[in-house]
Write a protein that binds this ligand. Structure first.
Ligand SMILES: Cc1ncc(COP(=O)(O)O)c(C=O)c1O
Length: 352
């Protein structure tokens, strides 16, 4: 058998519902829904009651619109494909004043969200006054405003407080217009879990927590249900006497007589090299990885392990958020690297 990537769509639904029940969610589905699979994720989120979707990719936005003509589909990145945006009722992020001046004649009939740049320094208006200029000119159909915090996930960095203050000042300047807006959104998962929904805001804009991962580790595990599992098969068990090596260029040298399980998964499947610094699970016991190769993993095991056993790299115990905490990489990095083509994909579907 080959390596298996299992998505738990039912849990994704339950996770999303637990969020949407508390307040409205714009769910971020960029990058093929954080590589969960757009259609799989969309069906779960939709069933959970979420009706607002955000992506950076126009093709994904068009796909989302084709599923339902009543939802809000927000393009987080700027685009000049005005006809497509209009035709598919995709809300466009207006990235700055220069874009506005250059294209304002083309934006008729397109719903617009203005974005404030803040400390992320990606896209965005530099000041609230610039944003107010656009409101005052009354040329556009403005349905939303937003910002994105660069430091919400950094609990020890007080720049989150500065970005919140900056954003609060923007809301003060735009106060006369706030009642006209359907969407005022700023908070990613970490910001929401730290502060709850901010006053005057209509939605959170959630990624990781909607997918079942805690953005920071001191939150209770019960807040987030792991929604994927990655496993492979032990294809061979070899003995490496003390002093001998295994792997290319003696990647592993046995300090003592060692038993290695050779498993059919590797970095070719998208397993991050940082992940190989941590244990895997076989028959409910954890074992360290000795070598990560393109198609193989060598695991230091004991005599309890046999050919045909399953080796787990991610499951309910080996959680994505645990490995983020251990420095393996952000949830999105661990997920985005998984190479679907190299896995047998299975899904635990939505229950009826
Ligand atoms: C603009 C924007 N909003 C929201 C999110 C969701 O963030 P998180 O996954 O931390 O909830 C992202 C993720 O990258 C984003 O780029």
């Amino acid at each position: 058998m080959t390596a298996i990537l299992t998505f738990n769509q039912q849990r994704l639904f339950e996770q999303a519902r637990s969020l949407q029940e508390k307040q409205d969610v714009i769910v971020v589905v960029k990058n093929n829904a954080y590589n969960f699979g757009m259609e799989r994720a969309y069906r779960a989120f939709y069933k959970a009651g979420i009706r607002s979707y955000a992506t950076t990719n126009l093709e994904e936005a068009v796909w989302l619109r084709k599923q339902d003509d009543q939802t809000t589909v927000l393009l987080l990145d700027p685009s000049t494909e005005f006809d497509i945006l209009r035709e598919h009722d995709i809300s466009l992020t207006l990235p700055n004043l220069a874009f506005y001046h250059q294209y304002k004649e083309h934006l008729e009939g397109i719903k617009i969200h203005l974005v404030f740049k803040n400390l992320l320094n990606r896209f965005g208006f530099d000041t609230a006054d610039e944003m107010k200029t656009v409101f005052d000119e009354q040329l556009l159909t403005i349905t939303g405003i937003w910002t994105h915090f660069a430091f919400a996930d950094e609990l020890l960095d007080n720049r989150y407080e500065i970005e919140k203050e900056n954003w609060s000042n923007v809301l003060t300047v735009l106060e006369p217009y706030l009642d006209t807006l359907t969407f005022i959104h700023a908070q990613n998962s970490a910001s929401y879990l730290r502060d709850g929904l901010f006053d005057q805001h209509t939605h959170i804009r959630a990624g990781v927590i909607a997918y079942g991962t805690r953005p920071y580790y001191d939150l209770p595990e019960s807040l987030a249900m792991q929604t994927i599992e990655v496993s492979a098969t032990v294809k061979d068990v070899v003995s490496v006497p003390k002093g001998q090596s295994a792997g290319y260029s003696a990647a592993f040298v046995a300090a003592e007589d060692t038993t290695l399980a050779i498993c059919d998964i590797g970095y070719g499947n998208g397993i991050l090299r940082t992940r190989s610094k941590h244990k895997v699970m076989i028959n409910q016991k954890t074992f360290p990885i000795a070598v990560l190769m393109m198609s193989h993993l060598m695991v230091k095991v004991d005599t309890s392990v046999s050919i045909g056993d399953r080796v787990y790299l991610y499951n309910d115990t080996l959680r994505l958020d645990y490995f983020t905490h251990k420095g393996v990489g952000a949830f999105s990095e661990q997920m985005a690297s998984l190479n679907h083509q190299t896995f047998k994909i299975t899904n635990i579907p939505l229950s009826e």
